[in-house]
Design a protein around this ligand. Sequence first.
Ligand code: ADP
Length: 262
Amino acid sequence: MSVDTAKNPDHAPVPAAGPELVRLENVTKRFGDHTVLDGLDFRVDAGKHVTLIGPSGSGKTTILRLLMTLTTPDEGTITVAGERLFPAPAKQVREIRKKIGMVFQHFNLFPNMTVLRNITEAPVTVLGLSRDEAAERARELLELVGLADKCDAHPGQLSGGQQQRVAIARALAMRPQVLLLDEVTSALDPELVAGVLDVLRDIARSTDITMLCVTHEMGFARDISDQVLMFDAGRVVESGPPEKIFGDPEQERTREFLSAVL
Ligand code: ADP
C-alpha cells in the first residue's frame, strides 16, 4: 500500500509492496456543499491488510461505500485489479463487484433463511455454483468462523457476535479478492467483540485475502495491519506501519486522536 503524499509533503511515500489491487486517484466526494473526501489518492497492494482510523465523520466509511459502488465519486477514478470500477460501464462494474466482499456494522443477514442458505445464496445466484458446491464451501467457512454446528439455525437464534461471524463467512463465500470491513464490532455487546476479532485475526493470518478495514479497535488494528492510514476531514493525515502510527506518530492530529481513543 502506498499513499500519494503530494498533499502531505512531510511524509515519505510508502513503497509499494506487491501488485496493486485497489487504487483511488484524486477521488473527491461531496454531499451537498460538504466535501467528505478531498482529492484522495491511495493504493492497496494484493494480500495486504490496510486499516483506516480517524475520528467519526472523517470519510472512512465513504471510501468502503465507494468501493462497493453504494455511492459514486464526484471526481476521480477507482481501479480494482487493473480494471476501472469508476467511471465504467454497468456490466464492467458488475464483474468487478464480484471481486469485492463487505461486512457491515449491522450484519444484514436474511432473517427468514437458515445460516447455510444465507451463505450459499449469492454463490449460487451470482457465481452459478451448484447448491452442493456452495453448501460444501459454506460448511468449510462455518468451520473457519467457529459455527460449524449452526448451519440450520436462523439468524434470530444467534447472538450478535455469531451473526457477524456468519456475515464474515457469507462475504468470504464469494471468494472476493478484497474484503472490506466496516466497523464490524461496533454494534456488538462488549463481551462479543473479542470472538469476532479473533476470527478476523485468524482469517488475516491463514488466508491471502486483501483486507481494507475501518475500525475503532486499535489493538486489532495494530495486530493485523500492514499499513494504517490516519484520516481527518477527508484527507490522509499520516500513514505507515502500525508500530510507527501507534508507537511513534509524527503528526499532532494522530497523537491527539490516539490519546482520545486508547
Ligand atoms: P467515518 O466513516 O469516518 O465516520 P463517513 O464516511 O461515514 O465517516 O462520513 C463522512 C461524512 O459524510 C460525515 O460528515 C457524514 O455525515 C457524511 N455523509 C456520509 N454519508 C452521507 C449521506 N448519504 N448524505 C449526507 N452526508 C453523508
